[in-house]
Every structure is written in C-alpha cells, then in structure tokens.
Write a protein that binds this ligand. Structure first.
Ligand code: S3P
Length: 429
C-alpha cells in the first residue's frame, strides 16, 4: 500500500514566515494546513503579511512579501494556539522589527518555557515582558532595529531557540552565532541559504555552532514545495513495522533530511526492515520514499547522543517498546517534559493504565515489552503526538485503546484517523 502524509510542520511555518519577510512573491506548495500552520499564518496576517488561508489540498499558495521591516503592530494579542514553533520563531522575527505585540496561546502552549528565547533576544536589545507568570506566555515584545550582535551558547539542543535567534539576526540586521549541545534540525539554516541569507554551521569543541555573520538587507522570495512530514510518516512507519499494516507500506514524498531521520535508525535497531529512496537530494530539502515491512521487534536503547534527532518520535519508540522483546531504555530526553505536554509523564501514566510495565526516569523512561493485549482509555493531555502514538498502539492487532481527545491530532496531521483506519483496516480483513 502507498500513502502520503501532510506537509512538514516545521518547514511550513518557516516557509510562511520567510515568505512574509521576503522582497517579492513567494510560491509555496505542499504546506501543512489547519492546526499549527493556520495559527502561524493567522499571526502573520495580523502583522500585516499578505497571506491567505493555507490550501488544504497541498496546492499552490502565493505570498506577497513585505520585506524585512514590513510588519506592523497588531491591534490584538496574537493567538498562536498550540504552536510552539510559531511562537518562538515569531518572537525572534519580531525582536528585530519596530513592532509591539503580545503573543499568547492555548493552555498547553501557556505552560511551556519561553525564557530560553526571550533571554537571548533581550541581550540583543529587544524588550520582552512576561505579562502573567515568569517564563510563560503571554509575553509582550517590543522589537527594535538594529539589534546588537549575539554569541549565545544554548543550554538545550533546540531548533526553535536557534531559529528564533537567526530570525532576530535577520530582521534586526545583527550578526548571530549560536551553539547548541547537539545538532538540532537544520531547516532554518537551509531555507536561509535558499533566500540569500548565508548561514554556516560546523562542530566546535564538542558543540554544534551555527553562524549568521552577514545578515542581508533583504531576502529573496521562496519557491518551495514542502515535503511530507517525516514525524507524521513515523506513525505509519511504526504501525507497519509492528505488523499493523499490510505486508509492506510505502510513504511517498516524505522529507528525508538527515537531521530528522534518527527514528528510522532506531526502528532498524529494533529489527524493522526499512528502505529509503531519495528522489531529489537537491537543496533545500531531500525528499523521497520510505518503505517499511513488518518484523519481530526487539528492545532498544536510545540515549543522549541520538535524542535531538528523534525528539518528536520518542512517544512512538515508547509505545512500540511495549510490543518488542526485552526492556527498552530511553535516556537523555529531559526536553520531553517541555513539549505540548510533559511527554514522559503522559507516556508513563498512559502505558501503565493500559497494563504496560514502565518506569519513569528523570530524563526518560524504561518500557518492558510483552505479548499481552493492552486496553483502556488514554489521556492525551492536549498533545497531538500522544494522541497519535496511542492511536497507532491501539490499531495493532489485539489491543483496544480509546483516545480521549482524538481531535488533538489535527495540529500536525489533519486526516490522521481516517488514514489510520484505512492502513490498519487492510491488515484486518
Ligand atoms: C521544532 C523543533 C523541535 C520539535 C518541534 C518543532 C521546530 O523542538 O520538537 O515539534 O520546528 O523547530 P526543539 O526546539 O526542542 O528542537
């Protein structure tokens, strides 16, 4: 069976932001629609960008960029819904604009840390004020231009932090060098290079360093087809690997950026048969087909060095571990506590209530595999990836799992449940 998944959430939001800041007309397609993408598009519109509704069929969308200083102060607070990427990247872009704006979001987003971004942006000269609680939305930004140059050693490997600082350097006309403890996804770097804002990156004294040394006065429009989201493809890869789909599943048009594919290495170590074929390795992003065949799964160790490359796929590793022989140990993943929910708690609680054997660690969890059926009603905590990971587990033969809030999936994967029914249904008839 062959399927496709919706456009990449990270790339969609970056493409919308860069297209709004470009000089001229950008041509985008394959965008994720709904959920996080509409939150970011709506915020950009309120800032004066010429952005219509994101097409729901992956069709072409034109964005008329207003230039690096084209934003205006919005009348009302910008509601970023559930989107951490939209919030943190816009905080960066706004820091270097002359705009005053308040950013807020839903309950899950208002519980997530923001000082990791506002602190370095304040060092650059932007004014950032938390209006309610320290380190949490809502936050008021007063941007200024030019910003001061920045050298920043981020304590966490975070593409959102790195991207916010690069965007501030771009709009604020300031040199930015940021290091991170491990390399996080590099989409911003690739798209910056594509629009004429040169970014280089390299290993440096055991850390990863990214440099925007010479921010341009204007950027070119973007002509870009967003690939399918590898993190969305991962749900179906996992389903197929664990025998929940027909013998082999092909996912076409999916992003295969090497900073996003560590999950495939983990699945291979668990025993899955996986092949990838890149159709277009050309810049800015590699795209291709992923093929997964079912096989018996065994437990795996996932540690510090690997986690940043599969941070969004750890819930899937944990649920698959219940179907693998042996004890799976996931460590070095403390960042999971700051995602759309505390994913360590959400995984441990839900796996336990389903009858799984699991132990919470400060920076991860341990899961023992078994063959017994798992059943019960899981709580998503408003987290799309928790909803979908348990959706996959529930679709495996023998399990009966009810997800309390299936609509949570919509922020990154509209149509997830229909596709799951179609792919998993095939193996049951
Ligand atoms: C994202 C980066 C990741 C990831 C998130 C999207 C991005 O977070 O979890 O879903 O688009 O930059 P980090 O900031 O922890 O890397």
């Amino acid at each position: 069976m062959r399927i496709r998944v919706p456009g990449d959430k990270s790339l969609t939001q970056r493409a919308l932001i860069l297209a709004s800041l470009a000089q001229g007309r950008s041509r985008l397609s394959g965008l994720l629609s709904g959920g996080d993408a509409s939150s970011t598009a709506g915020a950009l519109r309120a800032l004066g960008a010429d952005i219509g509704d994101v097409p729901s069929d992956g069709g072409e969308m034109l964005v008329e960029g207003r230039g690096l200083s084209g934003f205006r102060s919005p009348d009302n607070a910008l509601d970023l819904g559930n989107s951490g990427t939209g919030t943190r990247l816009l905080l960066g872009a706004l820091a270097g604009s002359g705009v005053r704006a308040t950013l807020t979001g839903d309950q899950s987003l208002r519980a997530r840390p923001m000082a990791r971004v506002t602190q370095p942006l304040s060092v650059m000269g932007a004014r950032m004020a938390f209006l309610d609680r320290d380190d949490r939305l809502p936050v008021e930004v007063r941007g200024t231009r030019p910003l001061r140059p920045l050298r920043w050693d981020s304590p966490v490997a975070s593409a959102q932090v790195k991207s916010a600082l690069l965007l501030a350097g771009l709009t604020g006309g300031a040199f930015v060098i940021v290091t991170e403890p491990r390399r996080s996804r590099d989409h911003t770097e690739r798209l910056f290079n594509r629009v004429g804002a040169p970014v280089v990156s390299h290993a440096m004294e055991g850390r990863w360093q990214v440099e925007l040394r010479d921010p341009p006065a204007r950027i070119d429009p973007l002509d870009f087809r967003v690939p399918g989201d590898p993190s969305s493809a991962a749900f179906f890869g996992a389903l197929a690997a664990a025998g929940g789909a027909e013998s082999s599943l092909e996912i076409e048009g999916v992003g295969l950026n090497p900073t996003r594919t560590a999950f495939l290495d983990v699945l291979r170590r668990m025993g899955a048969e996986i092949a990838t074929e890149v159709d277009d390795a050309a810049a800015p992003e590699p795209v291709g087909t992923l093929r997964v065949a079912p096989s018996g799964l065994r437990a795996v160790d996932v540690g510090d060095d690997e986690v940043s490359g599969l941070i969004d796929e750890i819930p899937l590793v944990a649920v698959l571990a219940t179907r693998a022989s042996g004890v799976t140990r996931i460590t070095g993943a403390r960042e999971l506590r700051h995602k759309e929910s505390d994913r360590i708690v959400a995984l441990v609680e839900n796996l336990r209530l389903l009858g799984g054997k699991v132990e919470e660690l400060d920076d991860g969890l341990m899961v023992e595999g078994s063959e017994g059926p798992l059943s019960g009603r899981v709580r998503t905590h408003g987290d799309h990836r928790i909803a979908m990971a348990f959706g996959v587990l529930g679709a495996l033969p023998g399990n009966r799992i009810v997800v309390d809030d299936p609509a949570a999936a919509d922020v990154s994967f509209p149509g997830f449940w229909e596709l799951l029914g179609r792919v998993a249904g095939v193996s049951r008839t």
